[in-house]
Design a protein around this ligand. Structure first.
Ligand code: NOJ
Length: 562
């Protein structure tokens, strides 16, 4: 019973720890989802659009961060990515073919407000791009679920104000959101203010692995989160006061969280450590939004540690009574992103070793080496954790309406096998756990597979592929190829779940059969790429040379005659 001890989010060290046999493995549940359950796939602007400086778009913090050497795997950038800005029509055809009910995408703030500020300049070309995208989705009966902030803050706001460290961002974000409601709200009925604010705060302002790359240990993440929560609440109130009665839409937030399971379910200290893990993850944002304040355990732990460090006040900011009531209840639905699970045990971090968000939690994260991990180092496939997380949301936050806004698994860049049986298994088992949660009474209304396409995976660049569709990034045209999981997901959608064992077992076989032809097409792609090069570079160069030579020849001829 080896278990690995994770010392930080990305590196794993082996440690011999035993866990009593748990009840993780449970049987598959055959059944279907309620009528009207919404099936979708997701993307985000910086990860897929490309066109980073086209048609008046301003620079985002990710454009700036990716330009710094050594920040992104292989120094990749999202400059062109999947060229989604140009290929959205093709992508909608892919969605239509899968019979998706919804598509989750994000609006790039600097594409429509290049400086970030509404009173400076509105970029109508950027607005038109999203107008066209939304219209075409609706023509194809695909509901847009729109995220306002999927991490690409206008760079000028970072330079001028320090980004989310500054309270003025609340108003700037509200202006941007208000513009989106004004321009798109007659057609968009599902709004997500922030995607995964945990990542924005911790990876952007604590570890610095993400843009803007700041390492303000022990304070930066808490401050960023505080402003993000206030910005979310303000935008919800703006919608509620100015738009809801006309537009009749919903405004939520998308929180991402792993499930945390106590290493030893009979040990009270492990149980409490696992509880802290989730409270410092999703509770940090969900508790103020649903219940009015930070989780008590966060206030206690950060407060005590700050005191031990000789600070006069807690590093965790405080909401005033007015702010608490303003923030409480600002969520029409909860977007939930979930990928993986950790075992958690108590681990004391004595003060004096440097404060950080991670040491404030007094815990260690562990994983079971038996868990499959086909792609990203942090992503182990643990389907049963999903059901537990969904039930946790139900009991902690009053059974809110949930849309799963992200769930999926990656493979490494080098993997060109489109017969992705590990992804089919991941989807099958995770979606099945969601079905069980629904039977437990959790109010899940929709599911979004992450992601529609392979795309720019942040600091990992293009080295991790989450897509249902494989994108050949070597080729200028960024062609898309369906992985087997496209077929598999299509069957789940058309059956609205898992009708019976015989049928479900045949899905994988059929999906693998069809994907071998896509494999052949992909294998022929270097040839296509070569032909592209011939038509786009060699032919024009040869033609230009011919014209030049003929001109020179003509000149000589004319000179001879004169
Ligand atoms: C969550 C983020 O929202 C998304 O952008 C990212 O691609 C996935 N996690 C996978 O890491």
């Amino acid at each position: 019973c080896d278990v690995f001890w994770i010392i930080d989010v990305k590196s794993v060290i082996k440690l011999g720890v035993c866990r009593p046999p748990g009840n993780e493995k449970s049987s598959f549940y055959y059944g279907t989802f309620p009528t009207g359950f919404s099936w979708g796939a997701g993307s985000s602007a910086y990860q897929t659009e490309g066109a980073w400086n086209i048609d008046g778009k301003g620079m985002s913090i990710w454009d700036a961060f990716a330009r710094k050497k050594g920040k992104i795997f292989s120094n990749d950038t999202g400059d062109s990515s999947c060229e989604g800005y140009y290929k959205y029509k093709d992508d909608i055809s892919l969605m239509k073919d899968m019979k998706l009910n919804h598509y989750r995408f994000s609006i790039s703030w600097p594409r429509i407000l290049p400086s970030g500020l509404k009173n400076e300049h509105i970029n109508e070309k950027g607005i038109k791009y999203y107008d066209d995208l939304i219209n075409m989705l609706l023509e194809n009966k695909i509901t847009p679920i729109v995220t306002l902030y999927h991490w690409d803050l206008p760079q000028l706001l970072q330079e001028k104000y320090g980004g989310w460290q500054n309270g003025s961002m609340v108003n700037h974000f509200n202006d941007f959101a208000n513009l989106c409601f004004e321009r798109f709200g007659n057609r968009v009925k599902y709004w997500i203010t922030f995607n995964n604010p945990w990542s924005i705060a911790v990876e952007g302002y604590e570890t610095g692995e993400h843009a803007p790359g700041l390492k303000l240990k022990g304070t930066g993440a808490y401050k960023a989160a505080h402003h993000i929560i206030k910005a979310h609440a303000k935008v919800w109130h703006t919608y509620d006061m100015q738009w809801r009665s006309k537009q009749k839409g919903l405004v939520g937030i998308s929180l991402t969280a792993d499930w945390g399971e106590p290493v030893d379910i009979t040990n009270q200290r492990d149980i409490e450590a696992a509880e802290r893990y989730i409270q410092f993850y999703m509770g940090w944002f969900a508790t103020p939004i649903f219940n009015g304040d930070y989780p008590q355990v966060m206030k206690d732990y950060v407060g005590t540690k700050s005191g031990q460090q000789g600070l006069g006040a807690s590093r965790l900011p405080v909401f005033s009574p007015q702010e608490k009531s303003y923030i409480k209840g600002t969520c029409d639905f909860l977007g939930l992103g979930h990928f993986t699970t950790r075992y958690v045990t108590m681990k004391n971090y004595p003060s004096g070793l440097g404060d950080s968000y991670f040491s404030d939690r007094d815990l260690a994260e562990l994983v079971d080496p038996q868990w499959p991990d086909p792609g990203s180092e942090w992503l182990y496939s643990v389907p049963w954790g999903f059901r537990r997380l969904l039930n946790f949301v139900k009991t902690q936050y009053g059974n809110p309406m949930i849309y799963v806004t992200e769930n999926g698994v990656s493979e490494k860049m080098q993997c060109t096998d489109l017969c992705d049986d590990w992804r089919m298994k991941y989807f099958k088992d995770y979606i099945n756990e969601m079905l069980k949660a629904l039977k437990d009474g959790v109010n899940v209304k929709g599911y979004t597979a992450w992601s529609l396409l392979d795309n720019f995976e942040w600091d990992e660049g293009f080295s991790e592929r989450f897509g249902l569709y494989y994108v050949d990034f070597r080729s200028k045209n960024k062609p898309r190829y369906p992985k087997a999981s496209v077929q598999f997901y299509k069957r789940i959608i058309s059956s609205n779940g898992f009708p019976n064992q015989r049928e479900v077992e045949s899905w994988k076989r059929k999906a693998v059969e069809t994907c071998s032809s896509s494999n052949q097409l992909l294998a022929a792609d270097p040839l296509i790429g070569h032909m592209e090069m011939v038509t786009e570079i060699v032919v024009p160069t040869v033609c230009t040379l011919c014209i030049l030579l003929s001109a020179v020849f003509l000149m000589f001829l004319l000179r001879g005659r004169l």
